[in-house]
Design a protein around this ligand. Structure first.
Ligand SMILES: [Fe+2]
Length: 920
């Protein structure tokens, strides 16, 4: 809900924007720039920092991000304090998988794709590649994430319940590709792990919460998970991304890496690196690639099964070269580990003070606790020695680190060897701040005292004396630090991290970064770029300028979410922002407004070998291939059977009556026949049960088979060769469409109204006759420019010759055709009401002629003059199976808009979308 205070602020912010009219990043750069000291949250020390801030880009309001239906806040009573925080606002999950692309050219981008565009200038030497981010994004509607037992399909068995935890949400990847031809492409995809597939098929959560399940509930839930799924905990692959040796992986501490198809981002499978990674070794979310050898070093932390800690390496080719189990403590417990360090010769693991002790369940508390009595320590392994000997070095007290910045080898004045480690020390802060309830009060207390706030800290391990010298380097609250990856394991100067907005943590317990901080370890100073009012950044990736030698010569790229104008149905817009790492004060050099928001998540990566390694965004040769555009929907967004609005009743009744009067012609594919077969849940079935399904066959034989094979090869998105110019409500045109359904032939429809339209003019040129005297329907086949068929008889004869090996039309077709001709040409076409929208690609319309629901959508497409590919789905069509496989359900109408990545099922939703997007 928007309070009066929020409303006043919103109004003030909006008025400011209207007055200033900041339209471009160049203007934005000059908007507000100031210098101020950063806030000291602990001991009065003040870091010198130059601070630059921006306002929201006012033009971002024009970008449509209203696709996800959602609410701003969920209830703390029902979801718990933590669950409510991490399911609200921009933590609210997105439901749709989208694909969209646009040109980098600002003006052209607005014209091409109103839902995605580039503001500012992507530097000419910016490399081709992919910025990708991942985070938890629960797939079911939020009511499934209430306190366990209150959500749909959940049962409490009396041992307590448990609450949803942010870490347990399903993984989703959000990728922005910088492609040849100055194109930018955006995609988001669920990571379809075994757990994801299992719960999706079930239609509700199976895995009970563990992170927020106290005492005996933890064990009961873990056992219930194992009984139902064979796993104690859910594998979500929601924490980090890795692109290594040509392969892309989604990572989570407690599960194996999940490989994604690097090109499509589809989930491939859990990876064992060709069977060489043992099943008991989970793969860290923070592996390190050694810049000097190209090898990858990893560790595995297993909280359940021994060995609890393992270290290993991969060759630059991605093959496992070593796996060394370190220790097992089956009854005592294990230490929670999230990150580690490497230097030239050493691998350094960190045993912080968060430990897991099964006995705590008997005491009624969660087995994972921040243990004030456990002193943290570093374990140093000599990689060259290839032994499992770990040398331990104790820290001064209990400590916790989620993320290290870097580590390197050095010597002191006495010539003694040191290992220098820099990281964000937080001493159990996030563990406490993410408790299911009571976390706000705890955070307020922690912020007031200040000693547990995440800050950059340095440890110097003296390998000769065994001493560990410690100090905080900065007092700005920060997290998710990154560096220039070329300096991993070597002494470096710069790091980049998100500044935590403590006031937000105190009030809503939401973790948000209101600024990006550049850390200078040499000068011990920071430069801060504030994202602007209501704007929050996600983890930043450093991208080196091609050929650069200086450590900070490059860019920072990150998603920044604008929470301005948030309401019950609108969670704001996200931009992909590029900053010059050497000149943060100048503000973004470019920002890309995305077609869908990116919920706040976890970690990011940069993939440099995506298309043409080494080529830059504008130096690359233009790619003549149009960027492939695809659209998928989350099976959660399943269609509702026979859903329609009150305003549609008249149209539906009219369409139903029309279908009856035409003897349901076009409802069945030629030669339709039913058959009982053994069930296969991956296939469409009209009816299924008792292990059987009703299979529908057709008699289209060879000619149709050739076309269907071609469609399969292109994932159902083949652009057909047939182009039909027709009128929606004309009897003869309808007869042609019915025959196309009977023959199951896809075609491009170019709607012509009785009034002037783009396609009427096009037809006039094709026919070489004045407007009004052209004959419609008109069909041409782009395979042969001589094929231009006019009128229903010629077209139908051509279709039967071409697609049914010369058979004659059935008696039913002839009968309805006779009625169509006899019943005078009423041609009661609706007037052309849409704009002459030029679409980069036609819409894709899965439908069949006899369906009244499809008729409602078809009417809107014709009225708006929108070209569309019709993929007929009459009974017996193979496309029913294709759609089922594509989106996990079959129902038509189903519309895909490859220009925006939007895909929708419901006729009312589709009509609303079309009018919103394409009415001038
Ligand atoms: Fe992490």
């Amino acid at each position: 809900m928007m309070t009066s205070g929020n409303l006043a602020y919103f109004t003030k912010t909006r008025n400011l924007r209207l007055h200033h009219k900041i339209h471009t990043v160049r203007e934005l750069r000059a908007a507000v720039c100031r210098t101020q000291p950063s806030t000291d949250i602990s001991n009065g020390a003040v870091d010198e920092a130059s601070v630059c801030t921006s306002t929201s880009d006012s033009e971002s309001e024009r970008v449509r991000c209203e696709i996800s239906s959602s609410r701003q806040y969920v209830d703390r009573e029902e979801f718990g304090e933590h669950g409510a925080a991490f399911l609200s606002g921009n933590y609210y999950p997105v439901v749709q998988e989208v694909t969209a692309s646009c040109s980098c050219n600002e003006r052209k981008a607005v014209d091409e794709n109103p839902s995605m565009r580039v503001v500012g200038t992507i530097p000419t030497d910016f490399p081709l590649g992919q910025y990708a981010y991942v985070g938890p994004n629960p797939k079911f509607p939020v009511e499934h994430y209430k306190r366990w037992g209150q959500g749909p399909g959940q049962q409490d068995f009396g041992l307590g319940v448990g609450w949803h935890h942010w870490f347990e949400g399903d993984g989703m990847i959000y990728a922005t590709d910088f492609c040849a031809g100055e194109k930018v492409k955006y995609r988001n995809r669920f990571i379809r792990t075994t757990s994801w597939e299992r719960e999706t098929k079930h239609g509700a959560r199976i895995f009970r919460p563990l992170m927020n399940a106290d005492g005996p509930t933890f064990l009961a839930n873990a056992l219930a998970n194992f009984v139902q799924s064979g796993k104690f905990m859910k594998d979500s692959a929601n924490t980090a991304l890795l692109h290594f040796a040509g392969r892309t992986y989604a990572l989570q501490d407690t599960c194996p890496p999940w490989e994604l198809d690097a090109e499509t981002l589809d989930t491939v499978s859990a990876s064992t690196f060709d069977g060489k990674l043992p099943w008991y070794v989970p793969f860290t979310a923070h592996p390190k690639i050694l810049p000097w050898t190209g090898e990858l070093v990893f560790f595995g932390f297993n909280p359940v099964s021994p060995p609890h800690c393992t270290v290993g390496t991969l060759t630059p080719q991605g093959e496992v070269s070593s796996v060394n189990p370190l220790w097992s403590l089956p009854f005592v417990g294990s230490i929670f580990m999230h990150d580690f360090c490497v230097t030239e010769h050493f691998t350094i693991i960190f045993e912080g003070s968060m430990d897991i002790k099964p006995i705590r369940q008997i005491l009624g508390i969660h087995p994972l606790q921040y243990n004030e009595g456990k002193r943290a320590r570093f374990g140093v392994l000599n990689r060259g020695a290839r032994s499992n000997n770990v040398s331990w070095f104790n820290c001064s007290c209990a400590q916790m680190v989620y993320h290290f910045i870097n580590a390197w080898e050095d010597k002191n004045a006495k010539g003694e060897q040191l290992i220098v480690i820099v990281g964000v020390r937080e001493d159990g802060f996030f563990h406490e701040a993410m408790r299911p309830n009571g976390s706000s009060a705890w955070v307020q207390q922690a912020v007031r005292i200040g000693d547990k706030i995440p800050r950059v800290h340095e440890w110097k391990i003296n390998l000769v004396t065994g001493e560990v010298a410690e100090e905080y380097l900065f007092h700005v609250p920060m997290e998710t630090p990154r560096i220039n990856d070329k300096f991993v394991g070597m002494q470096n100067r710069y790091a980049y991290a998100g500044r935590i907005l403590l006031s937000e943590l105190e009030t809503s317990t939401q973790l948000k970064f209101d600024a990006i901080v550049k850390i200078d370890l040499h000068e011990r100073k920071t430069t801060v770029y504030e994202h602007g009012p209501n704007r929050y950044g996600m983890e930043a990736q450093f991208i080196a300028r091609p050929g650069s030698e200086e450590e900070d010569d490059g860019w920072l790229i990150m998603y920044v979410h604008d929470e301005s104008n948030m309401s019950a149905d609108y969670q704001g817009c996200t931009q992909c922002v590029i900053l010059d790492a050497r000149n943060l004060e100048a503000g973004p050099v470019a920002s890309i407004s995305l077609p869908e928001r990116v919920p706040y998540g976890a970690h990011c990566m940069w993939r440099a070998d995506m298309i043409r390694p080494g080529e830059t965004f504008k130096g690359a040769a233009h790619d003549t291939n149009v960027v492939a555009v695809d659209a998928k929907i989350n099976p959660q967004n399943r269609p509702k059977l026979f859903a329609f609005t009150d305003s549609q009743k008249g149209e539906l009744l009219d369409a139903t009556a029309r279908g009856i009067s035409r003897l349901a012609l076009g409802l069945f594919v030629h030669g339709w026949s039913p058959r009982i077969a053994f069930d296969d849940v991956s296939r469409y079935a009209f009816v299924r049960g008792a292990g059987l399904r009703l299979q529908e066959l057709n008699g289209l034989e060879k000619a149709r088979a050739r076309q269907s094979n071609a469609e399969k090869m292109s994932d159902g998105l083949l652009i057909p060769t047939l182009e039909l110019y027709d009128i929606e409500d004309d009897g003869s045109c309808r007869l042609v469409r019915e025959v196309l359904n009977i023959l199951d032939v896809a075609y491009v429809c170019k709607p012509c109204s009785q009034h002037l339209s783009k396609y009427r003019s096009e037809l006039e040129l094709l026919r070489g006759v004045p407007t009004g005297s052209e004959q419609i329907p008109y069909l041409r086949d782009t395979r042969d420019e001589r094929v231009k068929k006019i009128g229903p008889d010629a077209i139908i004869q051509y279709l039967y010759n071409e697609y049914l090996d010369g058979e004659k039309p059935s008696f039913l077709v002839s009968l309805v055709g006779w009625f169509s001709k006899a019943s005078a040409r009423t041609n009661k076409t609706s007037g052309f009401t849409g704009s002459s929208t030029v679409l980069e690609q036609p819409l894709v319309f899965w439908a069949y002629e006899a369906s009244p629901f499809c008729a409602v959508v078809r009417k809107a497409l014709y009225e708006l003059g929108l070209p569309h590919v019709v993929l007929p789905c009459a009974r017996g069509s193979i496309r029913r199976d294709a759609l089922y496989k594509r989106v996990g359900a079959f129902q038509v109408p189903f519309l895909e808009d490859p220009n925006t990545g939007v895909s929708l099922f419901e006729s009312s939703d589709i009509v609303d979308y079309l009018k919103r997007m394409y009415t001038s």
